[in-house]
Design a binder for this molecule. Structure first.
Ligand code: P6P
Length: 348
């Protein structure tokens, strides 16, 4: 095992970065890693066993829940329950937050917000899907944690990460001191450090957006798409359009190669489609820690004050220079007032 550093070894090593840490966060990250390996096992054989197709239920978003969505949700909640370090889970797959009901968890200090299987509509066609998670300290000091403990700004996150179940399975996370990526080695069943100190290129040539929604995009987004398509060798345009339809996969590619992912307001999603607590905040924390930017077109994602569990926001995230250009065109062509920074555009 010379030269290999497992996720567990890395977490313990980095625990020294937090002198007051008593190991709870380390154990919580370990619990998430374990559940990810169990979910990975099922995702990798999804086509072989009868866990495809709708589970017959729908989540609060009204989206048909694939059996793997439900399975992944159960696995993460089970791992967090047995680990004992988390007192509440906010998950895309449950209408309300889930108090972790075990003797030790009631007084646990951490909250987990999670999208157990993002992009799950792609499972049947074998496209990369992912888990996205965000970790906060509870604000209340006694009694049962409540929704107030969950509705915290992204700047309050103590850790965030994602798992991408793709051509390989990777876990990428930050605790606010940089971003590190671990690739699952199936031969030893361990996530091994493969991408230390990940940084997103300051500029890039890949833009990622569902152009099928073009007609209803804010004018600033339309202007950005046209800017991306102009031939100008000096700025390496036209850019390349890449849209996988799985946020984790699109953002992971951009983290490695540079690029911008945008999900602005659309006719179907007047406040944006992606959820603030368990998709946009964790991804924004990671990308900022890697040197990029994440906003709703005007406001920094991490500064948005959450008011409800499944709150949505528009998102522009990725290489700093690309996001800044998109924000400039939004300011010029689709101005919003700072008070309405949730992607609500005036005059359209
Ligand atoms: P659309 C998947 O459902 C998801 O939440 C993200 O992973 C993905 O980027 C986006 O929605 C795709 O949405 O409307 O383009 O199909």
């Amino acid at each position: 095992m010379s030269g290999i550093k497992t996720l567990g070894q890395f977490i313990i090593e980095k625990q020294l970065d937090f002198p007051y840490a008593k190991g709870e966060l380390s154990r919580l990250l370990r619990d998430i890693g374990i559940a990810s390996k169990i979910v990975n096992r099922e995702v990798n054989k999804a086509g072989l066993v009868d866990i495809l197709g709708d589970a017959g239920t729908t989540n609060i978003q009204g989206e048909g829940q694939k059996k793997l969505d439900v399975y992944a949700n159960e696995q993460f909640i089970a791992a967090l329950t047995s680990g004992g370090e988390c007192c509440i889970v906010a998950t895309e797959e449950e209408d309300d937050f889930v108090p972790i009901d075990s003797p030790v968890s009631k007084n646990a200090k951490y909250i987990v917000c999670i999208d157990p299987l993002d992009g799950s509509s792609n499972i049947d066609c074998n496209v990369a899907v992912g888990t996205i998670f965000s970790i906060y300290r509870r604000k209340s000091v006694e009694g049962n944690a409540t929704l107030t403990d969950v509705l915290q700004k992204g700047t309050q996150q103590v850790a965030a990460g994602y798992v991408i179940y793709g051509s390989s399975t990777m876990l990428v996370y930050t605790t606010g001191k940089g971003v590190n990526g671990f690739t699952l080695d199936p031969s030893i069943g361990e996530f091994c450090l493969s991408h230390p100190n990940m940084k997103i290129p300051e500029d890039g040539t890949i833009y990622s957006i569902n152009e099928g929604n073009y007609v209803h995009f804010p004018d600033g987004v339309k202007k950005y798409i046209k800017y991306a398509q102009v031939e100008d060798l000096s700025t390496k345009r036209p850019y390349t359009s890449r849209y996988i339809g799985s946020m984790v996969a699109d953002i992971h590619r951009n983290l490695i190669k540079g690029g911008i992912y945008m999900y602005p307001t659309t006719a179907a999603s007047p406040n944006g489609k992606l959820r603030l607590l368990y998709e946009c905040n964790p991804m924004a924390f990671i990308i900022e820690q890697a040197g990029g930017i994440a906003s709703d077109g005007l406001n920094r994602i991490l500064d948005i004050e959450p008011t409800e569990l499944h709150q949505r926001t528009s998102i522009f995230i990725g290489s700093a220079k690309m996001v800044k250009m998109a924000e400039a065109l939004m300011a010029e062509h689709s101005p919003v007032t700072p008070l309405q920074g949730q992607g609500v555009v005036i005059g359209e």
